[in-house]
Design a protein around this ligand. Structure first.
Ligand SMILES: [Zn+2]
Ligand SMILES: [Zn+2]
Length: 271
């Protein structure tokens, strides 16, 4: 049992890593709600999950897609998340906390692979993924029922901690429900050696969605999505501290964690 920090104790810092586990080719026009001002051309999409390491332990933020979803959607792993963790000296059993930003197939597969983790999820996201909107093919398209079922099993195993809005997981590690993209999407704010960063996940797929106020066209609530941009800006120390969810710029801008492509240091300034 660790003693609670003193009121004026300095905030702990977390190491922060982006793990790029897949990439696909797309066109720019498919990445923005309003296509009018978009110069069309190739605009690839990267898929990431994120790892934070600090006093709260090893915190995995999202799990990537399952092998089953990869086959069903014709996607391929460029780096399996478990292989990436091994490169950082971690086994799946070493993950203490698993934050699911939302339950889309590319963020919440393989949850059962982390047997020691407490899972963190917003009430609204479970409500969304198991409720009336999943009657519509256009909304359930982004989910895998097997992944959702696996998360429900975690609930019944007593391993899920639900959050209703904002939450402090530990000093320097916070969750904020922003919704928008899905009903219960949450972003993660972490205190690092370079200050507060925000892992925005699909609150903003690409930095340009945010800077142009032109969201990625997978939306539950457009107003919350746009309010989310403002909220995220207040949470991060600067725009350079906001980490978009699917932007290949992350892999270009941040230092390699171990000299090889695929894992990037977000707690170091962008290059
Ligand atoms: Zn999503
Ligand atoms: Zn996504």
């Amino acid at each position: 049992m660790t003693a609670p920090p003193a009121a004026n104790a300095p905030l702990p810092v977390y190491e922060a890593y982006a793990i790029r586990y897949a990439s696909v080719t797309r066109r720019a026009a498919d990445n923005f709600l309003s296509r009018a001002d978009v110069h069309d051309g190739p605009m690839p999409m990267d898929f990431y999950c994120w790892l934070l390491r600090g006093p709260a332990g090893n915190v995995l933020v999202d799990t990537g897609f399952s092998a089953c979803s990869a086959r069903a959607r014709d996607r391929a792993f460029t780096l399996h998340p478990e292989t990436a963790l091994a490169r950082l000296g971690l086994a799946p059993g070493d993950i203490d906390h698993l934050v699911l930003t939302h339950l889309h197939y590319d963020h919440a597969g393989n949850v059962e692979a982390y047997p020691g983790a407490q899972v963190h999820l917003q009430d609204d996201e479970m409500r969304y993924a198991t409720g009336r909107y999943m009657c519509f093919a256009s909304m359930r398209h982004f989910f895998s029922v097997d992944d959702v079922q696996a998360v429900v099993r975690q609930v019944y195993a007593g391993r899920v901690r639900f959050h209703d809005g904002d939450a402090v997981l530990a000093p320097g590690l916070e969750l904020y429900r922003v919704g928008g993209h899905t009903q219960g999407l949450q972003v993660v704010r972490a205190h690092t050696a370079r200050g507060w960063i925000v892992l925005a996940s699909d609150a903003l797929h690409y930095t340009r969605n945010f800077t142009d106020n032109n969201p990625f066209p997978a939306i539950f609530h457009l107003g919350e999505m746009l309010d989310g941009y403002t909220r995220i800006r207040t949470l991060a120390d600067s725009d350079a501290h906001i980490v978009p969810g699917h932007d290949p710029a992350v892999a270009r801008q941040y230092p390699l964690a171990d000299g090889e492509a695929g894992i990037y240091r977000l707690d170091m300034p962008p290059l």
